[in-house]
Design a protein around this ligand. Structure first.
Ligand code: GLN
Length: 278
C-alpha cells in the first residue's frame, strides 16, 4: 500500500505527463477528494497510507483528467465568487468572467426597495444565487429548460441558503404575464462551428449551455426580443456574450425598444456583457 505522499507525487507525474499545467495542485485536490485528507495532512503526515479503495478511485479520476475532463466535474464542485457550488456535466462550469454580469447587476439593483429579478438559463444557479445572497432585498426567479440543471441549481441554493424561485421551461415561458426590474442571462453564445468548442474541456460540458448551434446570437436575439414584455419601465436587461459580439448585441438592443445601451469589458479587456434600459 502506498502512502498519501507517494500517491501525490505519482498523481502529479501522471498529470504533468499529460501536459496539465497545475499538475501538483490538481493531484492534491483529487487526492484530498478520494481520501478525505486535508492539505495539512498531506504536508504533515505524508507517510499515512492510502486505502485500496481510495487508490482505485484516485487512479480512475487521474485517468479521466488525462482525457481532458474538467477538474470541477471530477470533484463535483468548484468555487465562484468565494462560494462553493456543486456542478455536474448537466451544467456549465462557472467562469470567472461571469462576475462582470453580477457586478453590473448589483450596481443596477442598488437602492431599489424590493426589485424583482429574472435569471434566464440559470444552469448551476451561480448568477441567481449570488444576486440573492448579495442583494437580500431582491426577489429572484431563475429559469432553465434543463430539469437536470435545475436540480443542481436547487441543491446549490439549498446548501447556500439562497432564496430563489426556480422554474422549468424555455426562456420566458415560465414567467408569462410577469414583469421584472432586472433581467440577467448568461446564455449559450458560442457559434455552432466554433473551434473553441473542441478545446479546454468544452466537449465535456453541456452543448445546450454553450452553443445555439447557429451564429452564436440566436439566444441573445430571442432574449432581447422577448424581454420588453417582461420588464418594468426603467428596468434593465444585462447579458453575457462572446468577445466579438459586443457591437451586434448593442445593435440588437437599440433596434429594439431599448435605450442607454452599453458594453462592459471583463478583466482581460474583452467585451463581455451588454445591457440597456427599457
Ligand atoms: N464563456 C464560455 C466559453 O467561452 C461560454 C459560456 C456561454 O456560452 N455562456 O467557454
Amino acid at each position: 500500500m502506498q502512502s498519501i505522499g507517494e500517491n501525490w507525487r505519482r498523481g502529479q507525474a501522471v498529470l504533468a505527463q499529460a501536459g496539465i499545467a497545475s499538475a501538483r495542485l490538481e493531484a492534491r485536490l483529487l487526492l484530498e477528494h478520494v481520501s478525505r485528507c486535508r492539505h495539512v495532512d498531506l504536508l504533515t503526515h505524508p507517510e499515512k497510507l492510502l486505502e485500496a479503495a481510495a487508490r482505485t478511485l484516485f487512479d480512475a479520476l487521474l485517468a479521466r483528467r488525462v482525457t481532458g475532463e474538467p477538474l470541477a466535474y471530477l470533484l463535483g464542485e468548484t468555487e465562484f465568487r468565494g462560494r462553493v457550488f456543486q456542478v455536474s456535466p448537466a451544467v456549465l462550469i462557472p467562469r470567472p468572467e461571469t462576475e462582470v454580469l453580477i457586478e453590473l447587476a448589483l450596481d443596477k439593483l442598488r437602492g431599489l426597495t424590493a426589485p424583482r429579478v429574472l435569471d434566464l438559463g440559470t444552469g448551476s444557479g451561480i448568477v441567481a444565487i449570488s444576486l440573492a445572497l448579495e442583494c437580500p432585498a431582491a426577489r429572484l426567479v431563475a429559469v432553465d429548460v434543463s430539469p437536470e440543471a435545475l436540480s443542481v441549481a436547487r441543491s446549490n441554493a439549498g446548501r447556500l441558503a439562497a432564496p430563489v424561485d426556480f422554474r422549468a421551461g424555455d426562456w420566458f415561458a415560465p414567467v408569462a404575464g410577469e414583469r421584472f426590474d432586472l433581467i440577467v442571462s448568461n446564455p449559450p453564445y458560442v457559434a455552432g462551428g466554433d473551434l473553441h468548442l473542441a478545446l479546454n474541456g468544452l466537449p465535456f460540458e453541456p452543448q445546450l449551455a454553450l452553443t445555439d448551434g447557429a451564429d452564436g446570437l440566436a439566444c441573445i436575439r430571442h432574449i432581447v426580443a422577448g424581454a420588453p414584455a417582461h420588464m418594468q419601465a426603467g428596468g434593465w436587461l444585462l447579458f453575457e456574450h462572446g468577445y466579438d459580439q459586443g457591437e451586434a448585441s448593442r445593435n440588437l438592443l437599440t433596434d429594439g425598444a431599448f435605450k442607454a445601451t452599453f458594453t462592459h469589458r471583463d478583466l482581460s479587456g474583452i467585451d463581455r456583457v451588454s445591457g440597456a434600459s427599457l
